[in-house]
Design a binder for this molecule. Sequence first.
Ligand SMILES: Cc1ncc(COP(=O)(O)O)c(C=O)c1O
Length: 377
Amino acid sequence: MFRLKLRDELGIIKRNGLYRFLRKKDRNILDFSSNDYLCLSKHPEVIEAVKEGLKYGLGSTGSRLTSGNINHEILEERLADFKETERALVYPTGYSTNVGVISSLCKKGDLILSDRLNHASIIDGCRLSRADVEVYEHCNIESLVDILEKKGRRYNNIFIVTDGVFSMDGDIAPLRDIKKVAEEYNGVVIVDDAHGTGVLGGGRGTLKHFNIKPSDNIIQIGTLSKAFGGLGGFVCGIEEVVEYLINTSRSFIYSTALPPPVVSGVLRSLELIEEGYLTKMLQENIRSTNRIFKRYNLIKEDNLTPIYPIILGKRTMEISEYLIKNGIFAPGIRYPSVPKGLERIRVSINVEHREEDFERLCNLLNKFGQTNNSIST
Ligand SMILES: Cc1ncc(COP(=O)(O)O)c(C=O)c1O
């Protein structure tokens, strides 16, 4: 009976064109899908550090509060220095960081203001918290202020939560304005800089990009799975925030800590990011992509981040399949990951891409357009 019910539901998903399936990545394919922006996941020095970390064993064998606290505090000290905060705390994933931080700090009687395009892990953190949640229009300060004017005075605490760089659009949150609004309403800003760290502000992230000094009322979240090329998440902020999370954050307390070799690997990634040259190379590649994509009319304005949404609407999956058949992996993104009508190919670039790779992608998209009249919907 249960099996049949699930089959029916899967049938509906299929009929709506939203069926997802797993695809093994061909190692030789030209890859525009990964978040390994600095190509650190395979960097020889990172791999060496991972091997070195194996002396602690494969797994951490327990939560950080039991047997799992091994080499993690070294990483936390370095992350706090890197983000110029008093403390940092590492979680098993970026997802569990958002869920654990937001659900722990935001309580009944509080108000969370969340950008419409925030990542699913932020949305889930908001849902798990007992706070009231209001969604403001994407990067729209008027919409944010409007909600605060109407409702902001009734609550104990106000939290404004936003991606630093939006994962599916590659645009940057207007953090200066958000910070100003937060100050006016005595609120706290939580920035998820999963895609800004290693990319903006010389690698230090979106706050640095805007020259915003970390303060008591800003909490920075990051992930070790994207520009760091590893796995894990972290939160940076004041001493009291970190101590509070160690004592109350369920995804920190009730989950096994990161494997020590991963900690060693991302520590080396951090050192390489701090040297700055990889982020510089990435920014150079972003400039090349801007130039080439503009020539092919794929973008109108320059991007500052390596995420390029090519909005194709209903034909997105067809075009993505066409690219795969021709040796390029650039995944199609559909609802609910993005709004209906804004289905897209998400092209993400990294330090190892060459100009000829961008040309190849653009040529194929062009060819598809010619053989199918137009790729626009
Ligand atoms: C903006 C954002 N936040 C958080 C996450 C979750 O990070 P992780 O993949 O490390 O769990 C992601 C990645 O999927 C993301 O794009």
